[in-house]
Design a protein. Structure first.
Length: 407
């Protein structure tokens, strides 16, 4: 099997604090570590996670956050030209199954402590992170994730946990959901001269997620657990024209067919259910609140999706985490999100295409491609398929162009 050659990407910062200010403690106090994050996928007609463009679309991150820039990214899907492309083009053409969104690691300690942190990502790549870290992974081309041997890794070799320190965390212009993750009681961290409330990273991957979600002709959705551990909780959610509805299923050992939610629900009730699910995984209430607040706009946008709590052993296999010295306790809470393409979604695309309503098409955002692909597969006319792809590519390109000015 051909493997991409590894390249080491190292970002460094000038450390201005004195060594005495962050001296190694005489003995390591107890450290507790909590983490949350999201895995976003799109279900195919058989319910399996499919390839899409998980990095397509604007990011909601402050400019001080680091991102993986790859000057060797040359080939664009559907294009014949080669040569340097922009970071925005590289992001929007990387094909994969999974968008790993905003894992954050919190640290709690009664006294100052120092730890090293390593996260491996088999079948995945790291794309953004903060504070400064060492990221090791292959060169990136559009098909890099087709190689099952690909692996990214991120290292913070010297993390200072400083519970008694008063800190001003970095900010940038404009609003960002990134800041919501700071609303916890976790200790401030000092890493490579940078202050933050957590260790943050994101990525993209092609591993197999532990569920399938198949939309049935009668409007039900069959959710199947592909793993050996029960899935702790499952929610089927819909937002149709701003009307929220959801069904909480509970634990899933094998398979369940869930009726389409019909009763109108409030965001307050849904939020309370999500927070209780997350607290049950071991998160503190403030951490669970911070996670839901971080994703409130994205999780609950127009469409149909399944939310599920990823079983603990699955999380450890997907993202092996090593912290040294070992913490006294670790809790990792990851929510899977599987987007479901329904007949209503396809009809909306058809209607928008017929009326040249590009604004309606653009509202589907990064999920426009998978929905358009489903429609194209059902279209017999070659010219109609060509027009569909041309229009959706143009709309998607306009959507992608809304990146910030961070370089």
């Amino acid at each position: 099997m051909r493997r991409a050659l590894p390249v080491l990407v190292l970002f460094s910062a000038t450390v201005v604090a004195t060594a005495a200010a962050f001296a190694t403690p005489a003995s390591q106090p107890p450290v507790v570590v909590h983490e949350w994050g999201t895995f976003t996928t799109v279900a195919g007609e058989d319910g399996q996670a499919i390839n899409w463009l998980p990095l397509g679309g604007p990011t909601d991150l402050p400019c001080f956050v680091h991102h993986f820039k790859n000057p060797l990214f040359k080939v664009l899907p559907g294009g014949e030209q080669e040569g340097p492309v922009s970071y925005e083009q590289a992001r929007s053409t990387l094909v994969g199954k999974v968008r790993m969104e905003t894992p954050v690691l919190y640290f709690y300690s009664p006294e100052d402590a120092r730890v090293s942190v390593n996260v491996r990502f088999p079948q995945g790549l790291m794309t953004e992170w903060y504070p400064t870290a060492t990221v090791s992974q292959p060169f990136v081309v559009p098909s890099v994730l087709d190689d099952p041997g690909v692996e990214g890794a991120i290292d913070w070799p010297d993390v200072h946990v400083t519970p008694s320190r008063r800190v001003s965390f970095p900010t940038g212009p404009g609003q960002s959901h990134y800041y919501a993750a700071r609303a916890t009681d976790a200790a401030p961290l000092w890493v490579n001269g940078q202050d933050e409330k957590f260790l943050f990273y994101r990525g993209v991957a092609s591993f197999s997620v532990p569920i399938t979600a198949r939309f049935n002709t009668d409007g039900t959705t069959t959710v199947t657990n592909l793993g050996t551990e029960p899935i702790p909780a499952v929610i089927l959610f819909e937002n149709r024209a701003g009307k929220l509805s959801y069904t909480r299923h509970g634990a899933l050992a094998t398979s369940a067919t869930i009726d389409r939610p019909t009763a109108a629900s409030s965001f307050k009730a849904l939020r309370a259910d999500l927070v209780s699910m997350l607290v049950a995984t071991g998160l503190y209430a403030k951490e669970a609140d911070a996670m839901v607040e971080t994703w409130r706009d994205s999780w609950f946008e127009e469409g149909t999706r399944v939310f599920y709590v990823v079983p603990p052993r699955a999380v450890d296999a997907i993202l092996p985490l090593t912290i040294s010295p070992a913490p006294t306790a670790v809790a990792r809470a990851f929510v899977g999100r599987m987007e479901i393409v329904t007949p209503e979604s396809i009809l909306l695309i058809q209607t928008a295409l017929a009326s040249n309503d590009t604004a309606a098409l653009e509202r589907h955002g990064r999920f426009l491609g998978p929905i358009a692909d489903r429609l194209a597969a059902r279209t017999s006319s070659v010219s109609d398929r060509s027009r569909l792809r041309a229009v959706t590519n143009t709309v998607f390109a306009n959507y992608v162009s809304r990146f910030g000015t961070c370089q």
